[in-house]
Design a protein around this ligand. Structure first.
Ligand code: FES
Length: 74
């Protein structure tokens, strides 16, 4: 098993487990609250990059299966 695991939760955030370094766009470290964090993937959190539970209020519907290959093309 990998030292870091990222799991998309059902219609919710990414659950990230393991020792990671989380940084913003400028490379500044964002303090993680622990070795397991939940990263917003619905875009609605007011505490980005962390999930604040908004996904359940807005009815976020997220696919949890990885896409094996890009679909079609434009
Ligand atoms: S995934 Fe939870 S607030 Fe966005």
């Amino acid at each position: 098993m990998s030292e870091v695991q990222i799991v998309p939760t059902e219609n919710g955030p990414y659950k990230v487990t393991g020792a990671i370094q989380l940084v913003d766009q400028e490379g500044n470290t964002i303090e993680a609250p622990g070795q397991t964090i939940f990263l917003c993937r619905c875009g609605g959190s007011t505490n980005k990059p962390f999930c604040d539970g908004t996904h359940s209020k807005i009815g976020f519907d997220g696919a949890s299966a990885a896409v094996a290959e890009a679909e079609g093309g434009s």
